[in-house]
Design a protein around this ligand. Sequence first.
Ligand code: C2O
Ligand code: CU
Length: 524
Amino acid sequence: MMDRTGGATGHDSPSRHAMGERSVPLSMSRRGLLRTALAGLAGGGALASAHAARAQSQPAAISTTAGAYVPRPPAAQYRFRVGATRLDPTGRKPVPGITVNGQYPGPEIRVREGTMLRVEAENTLADQPTAIHWHGLLLPAAMDGVPDVSGPTIAPRRIFVYEYPVRQSGTYWYHSHWQLQEQIGLAGPFVIEAKDEPLRVDHDVVVMLGDWLYTSPYAVLESLRKGPAKAAGMKGGEMKSGDATSGGMKTGGAMAGDMKADLADVTYDAFLLNGRSPQNPWTLGARAGARIRLRIINAGASTYFRLRLDGHPLTITHADGLAIEPVTVDHLLMGMAETYDALVTLSGSGSYTLHAVAMDGSGQAVGVLHTPDVVPRPNLAMPPLEGRALDYRDLRSAAPTTLPGGPVRPFTLALGGDMARYVWTVGGQEYPKADPLVIRQGDRVQIEMQNQTTMWHPMHLHGHFFRVLQGAGERAPLKHTVNVPPRETVRIEFTADNPGRWIFHCHNLYHLDAGMARVFEYEA
Ligand code: C2O
Ligand code: CU
């Protein structure tokens, strides 16, 4: 496994503790740029990266073509080489992976809100296409990166340049939307620094969670499809009431064997934090009293995680990239593809383990925050998951989110599964053999999802944020991914304001591959 710039997000030098006008010290941005430039050099894109570095460090250029001022956003450019590599995050044995620039997780994109982003993506794979999706980004459909729906499929040995203005801020990520490439390494963090950031912090770091297999995920999917005898997978046709799992606040440690099938499809070999195993964890050095912004991304392919930091509460400030009224909790459950920003103030000299426990209790990923006087030491014991848990009803948007009026376009969609065939459905249909869900620009689209299964489904909509209607009234939080617990019903709504075709799917990669998706299509 390649060095994945552990130092860059790892031990931080005390010089970065200085607090400037901006919440993110300039030194960090510069270092981010330097890292980008170095990544570009490694990938052969020195010129492009140097250009990006210049463009980012200077004010917006003003074009005077034809005598008219055309203000342009500053540009940032990244060069992504998608390629086959061998990965071994726990030191067991190298297995085939597919990554960006040989790194897992992929290089961090970090830009300012208002940037014009260009990502030159080269598919160096000889035998398969790729497509990169910018998860949570509001962009034109042609850049969205979903084969056959939005954006191109990049054929072997072809280049595609993704280019779009970044008109939001927050913590996001990118990942392949081609088959199971996401499971074998093609994913990375995407951070957008806000223009007017009110938070002042000493450290601003990404915590990206993942799940890892030392066998081929394609073989795992095959065995899931093989029927009731299949290994770690589904319970046969039975759909029992999900009492023990609903509500989501049970601890992960002591699930009876027969509950495991409800909590995970796949048995993983390891859980990773910033690509690293608990034995060789990611660490962050910070002085006592330092304020740390953790940008937590659940990039697991099919793992729900419960997060907890030893000895510290977590103050959640952003959900799926967007500001909420801060809420302080002891632990939180994260579905696949959700992101949360958490503020932590280091209480004193010590070594504090951040735990991300897989919901089925089968393992955990860890990272360590520590003061410089202390050697970071991971606490590998399963943490107690007590105290206050984050609940969706705690999520209140920092600003009102009421939608403009508009014709209501309602959908009632059952989330279903046919366990005998390992097929998952939305509204009784199995994607891609599914009808489009037709909407019109300006519609107020209301979706009621009725989960008829005993599993959790993190449902994700491309190209839009939706309001999660769970009692916050005009402060209903905006999200791009919402958990629908077993046997429960969840309502969301959004204004149709981004024309195109957009996939709406479960972010369990295996459920998606097995049909759990539909396409929203704007009527011409
Ligand atoms: Cu992370 Cu279709 O998305
Ligand atoms: Cu699902």
